[in-house]
Write a protein that binds this ligand. Structure first.
Ligand code: UD1
Length: 421
């Protein structure tokens, strides 16, 4: 298996292009199932998760192909041949469950494997199921699969989510676009990826209001048509690369994205002593002092601090002046990077959902490995300023969510290479 070798070095300088959002794209691609006409996405990221979703759509009989070096995905679901999302695909990627709502809405039935838990938590689907049942779907769990049918079609309903789940909001909104009548979804998730999905659905002819707020209202229509949609910038990739100069020093301009995608994160960077400036092309980030200051962080649904940037900011706080407290409120087991960072000399104590990080002057390179995507990249970030060599193993996690990580970081002066196994 390949590994990534990072040698800690001096300040970074230059530009890093930011790709389209993985998490937006993974919700936008299943939207093709809602229409017989083609859906084309532009600004798509080149990632293994996107390939997995492509394979899943193809297994349902949809056409899906990557064009222009993977930055465009052209899809058509004119003729679907299956409504079964197989365990072999779903187990690789939880977001496969986003075909459930569109398949029931378009075909009246679906069999979707339950994804099971993953390293960061149990991640059940009860909120998706409850919402779709209120829309009129009958859903049973048999043989590890959700068997869903809507013999009388879907009907608009009032649905209140017990928690503002991103995936449940996406599944329910997609299903409701073709339901009869009005659906009002309250305590909906407000993430920019949901706004992006709704923008695309509206282009396809859906009638939706309130995206980006806790109350989304959907007026069902008989059919959706084709569209071409540009995927929003990946705020998690953006935040990750903003931390590179924060950790290694220097100044980097991230091309793509705006502060409003990451306001709580930018506010924490500011408190830590990192300057962030919005430019015409993206965000420019510079470290003002030799060391950053400790800051406390609590993860929350959008617009709060994203859980998907918790591991990366922890890498920065390992060398901050003072002690920081990180509270993880979204996933129950999302500190697996802490013991790996400790192997690099970090001082971290974890108690339940809280990690206390006492900054040391410098980390030391070490062989490390991670069990999830964001944890892997946090180890690369930590290695940028560590003394000596950090070897990050299990890089297949990175390939799921970061395109060209070596090219992007070496482009701003980092010493980083991928070593083939
Ligand atoms: C999405 C993102 C993921 C991000 C997460 C939170 C995608 C493809 N993935 O995941 O990167 O970390 O949002 O911002 O967009 N929950 C339930 N029951 C449910 C659904 C969720 O209890 O039916 C719980 C989960 O276990 C978790 C919390 O709600 O503890 C948040 O999950 P959710 O917002 O649904 O995240 P995902 O859509 O899976």
């Amino acid at each position: 298996m390949d590994s990534i070798v990072v040698t800690g070095g001096g300040p970074l300088a230059g530009e890093i292009p930011i790709a389209g959002a993985k998490n937006a794209c993974l919700a936008l691609m299943p939207a093709t199932l809602l229409s017989e006409e083609p859906l084309t996405l532009t600004n798509t990221p080149r990632l293994s998760d996107i390939k997995t979703m492509t394979t899943l759509l193809q297994s349902l009989g949809a056409e899906a192909s990557a064009l222009q070096d993977g930055q465009v995905i052209a899809m058509s679901s004119h003729d679907l041949s299956s409504t079964r999302a197989d365990y072999d695909i779903v187990r690789k990627m939880r977001a496969s469950n986003l075909v459930l709502g569109p398949l029931i809405a378009r075909c009246g039935h679906a069999e979707v494997s339950l994804p099971g838990g993953c390293a960061i938590g149990a991640r059940p689907m009860d909120l998706h199921i409850h919402g779709l049942e209120l829309l009129g779907a009958e859903i049973d769990l048999r043989d590890g699969y959700l068997h869903a049918k809507a013999p009388n079609g879907l009907k608009g309903a009032e649905i209140e989510l017990a928690f503002a789940s991103v995936g449940a909001t996406e599944n329910i909104v997609m299903a409701a676009t073709l339901a009869k009548g009005t659906t009002v979804l309250t305590n909906a998730a407000r993430e920019p990826e949901i706004v992006d999905l709704v923008t695309c659905l509206k282009q396809m002819g859906a009638q939706i209001e309130g995206e980006g707020t806790h109350r989304i209202e959907i007026q069902g229509v008989d059919r959706l048509h084709g569209a071409t949609h540009q995927v929003v910038a990946d705020r998690i990739e953006l935040g990750t690369y903003m931390l590179a100069p924060a950790i290694a020093g220097g100044e980097v301009e991230c091309l793509g994205g705006t502060i409003d995608l990451l306001s709580a994160f930018v506010e924490r960077l500011d408190a830590a002593g990192i300057a962030v400036e919005e430019t015409a092309r993206g965000l420019k980030v510079a470290r003002k002092a030799d060391r950053v200051r400790a800051v406390d962080v609590t993860t929350e649904p959008f617009p709060g601090f994203p859980t998907d940037l918790q591991a990366q900011i922890m890498a920065m706080l390992c060398t901050a002046e003072g002690t920081s407290e990180l509270n993880e409120t979204i996933f129950e087991n999302r500190f697996m990077h802490a013991p790996e960072l400790t192997r690099m000399g970090a001082q971290i104590e974890v108690h339940g959902g809280t990690a206390r990080v006492t900054g040391v002057e410098r980390l030391k390179g070490a062989p490390v490995m991670a069990t999830d995507l964001r944890a892997s990249v946090s180890l690369i970030l930590a290695g940028l300023a560590a003394e000596g060599e950090t070897v990050v193993n299990r890089v297949y996690h990175l390939d799921r969510g970061y395109e060209h990580v070596v090219r992007k970081l070496s482009g701003v002066g980092a010493q980083i290479e991928r070593v083939k196994a």
